[in-house]
Design a protein around this ligand. Structure first.
Ligand SMILES: Cc1cc2nc3c(=O)[nH]c(=O)nc-3n(C[C@H](O)[C@H](O)[C@H](O)COP(=O)(O)OP(=O)(O)OC[C@H]3O[C@@H](n4cnc5c(N)ncnc54)[C@H](O)[C@@H]3O)c2cc1C
Length: 457
């Protein structure tokens, strides 16, 4: 039995945990970072990064198919999945190497192995007792399923979907949220027949309703089928495929069923309850400054109820490190965290939907403007349609921005600044957007909602 002591012990080296470790070491704290798998966690190894590589390969397939439209002679002859895998793996490996180097360069001690909280100041890793004045729980999440729906064989989660050694011909996707539509988009671009099953009335159901509806039109146009407002009942599988039965009696036949119904917190059997940490259905409860009920024990990332996004984990990790160091950082409410749904088309949003703004401020106090990307030169050049919607409080700040179209995820930076800074459209409309960029669409929307549209009525 040996002991290691630090100012800060971080359990889990995913987006939340490693960001906390990096910032804490920058602030002069000694840090022990415990990881049972690979530093970088879900996002780097089986989440954000590898899926975006697949989406890029999907975009290249689409561009190749449409090359003639732009006067380029090319033909799409199919997907070489081994080459896609090599491309995906090379990106992850390179970012993994970079992250390992950074952690080492910051003087952080990485402890490999599975940790268990054994007291408010101790995590046990094998026969090492790792103690800290503060402990951050950052053990992340796993792909959930539904009661009675067993993962295995042709019923897969995103982890297996990422690493499929073939392109399926027909896929059923359970769940029309971010992960479900992301894989649907990839497989459709690669030539598969895709059917999404979503229990709620819309795809991307957390978005502004107008955006969800545009998204459904775009997916329908791409030949992606979906069944909305209907629940999954059961699935059977054999050597040839799966048959999914829905509660309304309909069936969907496919090669595979991807289960994308959300992610549960990875907190079971880690000693949290025994140490007295307040939990709710496996999630670790914190106050807005990410303190658990046990002094000196904090939680960040997907185990904290709310948006499960890598950049929320980064921000929370940085926040707790700064809080421990006494810097009194600013709290960012979940609603003001930017969200991007990566697919074709992309959806990007931040702040209140129009419906929520009306709920909060009253219908008479809210106005919105929807700028159609048809008026944006760069969007026309790259062949995308879509819109940028700005929601404001009348005579008040921008409280929400909701966008759809190719590459709109790249526009969310400016939108999140406007919302988080509570900017008035009148104040930001005079600032200049380079021409021709898709970014101009956001500028046009700010101009229009400030009462002085340029390329719009
Ligand atoms: C397919 C997919 C695509 C995604 N795409 C995006 C995206 O584009 N953008 C985005 O913002 N988010 C995306 N996400 C979500 C994002 O990956 C998560 O929000 C993020 O990884 C959460 O970070 P975390 O630190 O809370 O947990 P994780 O990244 O899950 O890290 C937790 C770490 O803790 C380790 N661990 C767990 N228990 C122990 C233990 N007992 N001892 C030691 N180590 C332990 C795990 O091995 C893991 O490395 C995606 C997720 C998936 C599945």
């Amino acid at each position: 039995m040996s002991e290691q002591n630090f100012d800060l012990v971080v359990l889990g080296a995913g987006s939340g945990g490693y960001a906390a470790a990096l910032r804490a070491s920058q602030l002069g704290l000694t840090v022990g970072l415990i990881e049972k798998g690979k530093v970088g966690g879900t996002c780097l190894h089986v989440g954000c990064i590898p899926t975006k590589a697949l989406l890029h390969a999907a975009e290249v397939a689409d561009v190749t198919r449409e090359a003639a439209k732009y006067g380029v002679t090319a033909s799409f002859n199919g997907i070489d999945i081994a080459a896609v895998t090599a491309y995906r793996e090379e990106i992850v490996a390179s970012k993994y190497k970079g992250l390992q180097g950074l952690i080492k360069a910051r003087g952080i001690t990485t402890i490999e192995g599975e940790g268990r909280l054994t007291s408010p100041t101790t995590v046990q890793v094998g026969d090492i007792s790792v103690t800290g004045k503060n402990i951050i729980l950052a053990t992340g999440s796993y792909s959930r399923s539904l009661p009675g729906l067993d993962i295995g064989g042709r019923v897969i989660t995103s982890e297996q979907a990422l690493a499929l050694p073939f392109v399926p011909q027909r896929v059923a996707v359970l769940g029309g949220g971010v992960i479900g539509v992301e894989f649907s988009s990839v497989w459709r671009s690669w030539g598969a027949e895709v059917t999404i099953i979503e229990a709620l009335p819309h795809l991307v159901p957390n978005e502004d309703e107008s955006i969800s509806k545009s998204f459904e039109r775009a997916f329908r146009k791409r030949g992606i089928e979906f069944k909305l407002g209907v629940r999954f009942q059961s699935v059977t599988q054999n050597d040839n495929g799966v048959v999914v039965t829905l509660e309304n009696g309909e069936t969907v036949e496919a090669d595979l069923l991807l289960v994308a119904v959300g992610r549960g917190p990875s907190t079971a059997n880690l000693g949290y309850e025994e140490a007295g940490v307040n939990m709710d259905r496996g999630f670790v409860l914190t106050d807005e400054r990410l303190r658990t009920n046990i002094p000196g024990v904090w939680a960040v990332g997907d185990i904290v109820p709310g948006l499960q996004l890598a950049h929320r984990g980064f921000q929370q990790g940085i926040f707790v490190a700064e809080e421990i160091a006494g810097l009194n950082p600013v709290v960012v409410a979940d609603v003001n965290i930017p969200k991007v749904t990566y697919s074709d088309p992309e959806v990007a949003s931040v702040g209140l939907t129009e419906a929520k703004a009306v709920e909060q401020y009253g219908a008479d106090a809210v106005s919105s403007y929807d700028y159609n990307l048809a008026g944006n030169g760069k969007s026309h050049i790259i062949g995308t349609s879509g819109s940028v919607k700005v929601v404001r409080v009348k005579d008040g700040p921008v409280v929400g921005v909701h966008m759809i179209g190719a590459r709109v995820g790249e526009l969310i930076g400016e939108a999140q600044l406007a919302v988080n800074w509570e900017a008035y459209p009148e104040d930001i409309a005079p600032f200049i957007h380079a021409h021709p960029t898709q970014n101009e669409a956001l500028g046009e929307a700010f101009l229009a909602i400030a009462g002085k549209p340029l390329h719009a009525i």
